[in-house]
Design a protein around this ligand. Sequence first.
Ligand SMILES: Cc1cc2nc3c(=O)[nH]c(=O)nc-3n(C[C@H](O)[C@H](O)[C@H](O)COP(=O)(O)OP(=O)(O)OC[C@H]3O[C@@H](n4cnc5c(N)ncnc54)[C@H](O)[C@@H]3O)c2cc1C
Length: 413
Amino acid sequence: MTMHPSSTDNKPLRIVIVGAGVAGCIVARTLAQCAGVEVTCLERVSRDDHSEAGTGLNIGPNAIKLLRAHDPALAGAVASASLPWKSWRTSLTDGTELFTLPLSDVADNDGVRIRWSELYRVLREGAGDAVRYGVTVSDIGREADGRCMLSYTAGGETVTLRGIDLLIGADGRYSDTRRALSGAPAMRQVGVAIFRLLVPDTSGGLIDDYEQWFNGPNRLLAFRVPPGHIYMAGTFPLRAGDEIGDADKSADALRRYYLPADGAAGDQCAWLVDTLCANVGAIHWARLQETEAGYRDGDAPLLYLGDAAHGMVPTLGQGATQAIEDGCVAAALIAGRLAAGSRDVGAWLQAFDAARSERIRFVMDVSLEASDTLFAGADPVAGSLKKVQPPFRAKLSRLYRDVGHASAAEAGQ
Ligand SMILES: Cc1cc2nc3c(=O)[nH]c(=O)nc-3n(C[C@H](O)[C@H](O)[C@H](O)COP(=O)(O)OP(=O)(O)OC[C@H]3O[C@@H](n4cnc5c(N)ncnc54)[C@H](O)[C@@H]3O)c2cc1C
């Protein structure tokens, strides 16, 4: 199937975005302000539904740098709903510090700490009327001329959108769009269990900026998010492919995994473990996994963004961070091309791929490399100290600083 030559007629280009999450909202907001394009963003849940509301996110300095350059107003709104992420401290669960890394050593600006529900609220407000909420998307496919089509149902009414010049799948890790049009990407379990909990801050100031604590390869992390909550997450090794057993999801197991076997826990870990055990029924459990990266599918007028394009291990907090990078680059590129009179969707997609593929490979690889301390038998002291040695610092600096410009992909248009 070849791509429809959309550059030959003067009708507005039809762009449909599936998913008003992190990447989808950023793109929808920018494109809704562009001439020559008709944008529809379709979201499964209602506007105020935040399915992962019990979660906090640390968003890397790299995403903030790019968002400030692409959309300063949106970056300001994110900043208002968050706290700055300025440092990364790693200790043992008995309180022995291994390192403190000020992010200013490896980044040009701070990252942020934010509740998931707040990030979605800010981004969805920013996308405004471009998003249609509460829809069920079905029948996603290609038409004879190569363009895409889909149907959606909302409020009992079914609408079929035909002749879609560009379909953007921004519908998350289990993307129906990618599965329907390109097949489910290969997924790999890496052999680590992860859990998350968000609780009101009763720590009395024990927890603030981003910190991690190791007991062998078992790791806790925590930070404070506004308003007045502590986000905590823990990992422990699991045989790759195994489910997390009920015995692992108990207060007894959490104490065994995170309290030092010989000697007392530090004050911070004692509070974290007590709080986890008191809220064990509210913990969200998952496993670390990666999906095969892919932004495009041959010459189809299709673009996958965020988790739909690249599910990565969360060790460096780069999931939403990269969804923001993707969203900024895609939005700036398409807006720039439209403003320059280009309707050549195939050329836009090639430029996007050229701007992003190597970067995302690097981010996925460095996220996996940073997970070395989480595997069975890992030495957390040696592995953590390696994170502040020049080779890994250089990678962090590349990660946090070398974001390029959102509009770099427009070069050569
Ligand atoms: C518990 C947890 C903690 C995390 N912590 C961090 C962190 O600290 N830092 C970080 O950077 N990342 C973190 N991540 C990862 C991050 O949240 C994701 O990488 C990020 O949300 C991906 O953004 P996205 O835009 O690709 O997709 P999402 O934000 O997942 O958005 C996808 C949207 O598509 C919608 N959708 C899905 N299917 C359909 C459909 N069929 N039709 C219509 N709409 C659909 C969904 O409802 C959703 O609104 C965390 C993830 C989890 C689960």
